[in-house]
Design a protein around this ligand. Structure first.
Ligand SMILES: [Zn+2]
Length: 318
């Protein structure tokens, strides 16, 4: 499943092409790709045609393109704002939410380019500078989807809006408003283990199996360490390693296996060459040389070094 770096690569690639572009045509080739759209296919098409896009946004693994409310006086909300306490005007009231699922790809194409066999939804857009373009949603396994959704103000910033389908997702660690102290405090309170906590998108978003294993390896933390017994200094180190690994993966265009996670031009990222633990079972740990082990975990696997990442038992005070 694409994680934060792979989704950010897609968002950044879409930004110059779709920001300020107007949708001129919509074709739904497979209705299953609209399963998260609350309405019939015709509704999806009618609401999108003529819509003008704002800059694509992301939180964790979720991507959306706000639709500008042209000619609309703006949606008024009863939420507090300093200048006009009785109303806040949203810049847009709806967004096209793109779930990449397991294998979803968003590809930018020339209008007349050939279509991929697994294309599910096609958007034709016209950009004021770049002219006509095609945005193809390609999805092999159809776990991904496109949906029009309404925007809600975020709980911690009434001036920032988020699709209702994404509202329950926590901020990701690359978000400037991510609250480190609140996250560390939550870890101490939770009755869970550290990898489960890292994968809990309502606690911290954007991390999946690959980057959880990599950050845990870098911070020398066992994946089954109970969060309540994780020392604060180590938790701080772990959060720093999470940010480092996400940042490095982003700089290398994300991690691509089987050419599945690609940027908007169809190119793969290079980070799979930089992995230390994930998918490296049997290979020597780059730190100590002992073979990396894979254990089954939540229907997938956990990759770690038994020597560098020991389960630390809390010593009873006596
Ligand atoms: Zn090791």
């Amino acid at each position: 499943m694409p994680e934060l770096p792979e989704v950010e690569v897609v968002r950044a690639g879409l930004e110059p092409a779709v920001t300020d572009a107007t949708v001129t045509g919509v074709e739904v080739l497979d209705e299953r790709s609209l399963r998260r759209h609350d309405g019939p296919v015709e509704d999806f098409i009618q609401r999108l045609i003529g819509a003008r896009f704002a800059a694509p946004q992301r939180r964790g693994k979720f991507l959306w393109i706000p639709v500008l409310d042209d000619g609309d006086p703006g949606r008024v909300s009863a939420l507090a704002s300093r200048r006009r306490p009785e109303m806040v005007v949203a810049p847009s009231s709806s967004a096209l939410v793109i779930h990449l699922g397991m294998s979803g790809q968003v590809l930018l194409r020339e209008r007349a380019a050939a279509r991929d066999r697994l294309t599910r939804v096609v958007l034709e857009v016209r950009h004021p500078e770049h002219g006509p373009l095609r945005v193809d949603f390609v999805d092999q396994r159809i776990f991904g989807s496109m949906a029009l959704d309404h925007l809600l103000p975020t709980v911690d910033d009434p001036d920032q809006w988020i699709p209702s389908q994404v509202a329950h997702i926590a901020r990701d660690p690359l978000d400037p408003r991510f609250d480190d102290r609140a996250f560390l405090a939550a870890l101490g309170r939770k009755q869970t283990t550290i990898k489960r906590a890292l994968l809990d998108q309502t606690l911290i978003s954007g991390i999946g199996n690959i980057y959880a294993d990599e950050a845990l390896w870098a911070a020398r933390v066992h994946y089954e360490q109970p969060t309540a017994t994780l020392r604060r200094a180590r938790a701080v180190t772990l959060l720093a390693e999470v940010r480092l690994v996400l940042g490095r993966a982003l700089a290398e265009g994300g991690t691509s296996f089987d050419a599945q996670y690609v940027n908007v031009n169809g190119a793969s990222g290079y980070f799979s060459h930089s992995l230390n633990a994930y998918g490296r079972q049997g290979e020597p740990c780059p730190r100590c040389g002992r073979p990396i082990v894979r254990e089954s975990f939540m229907n997938r696997g956990s990759h770690f070094c038994e020597l560098c990442q020991k389960l630390r038992v809390a010593r009873p005070l006596s």
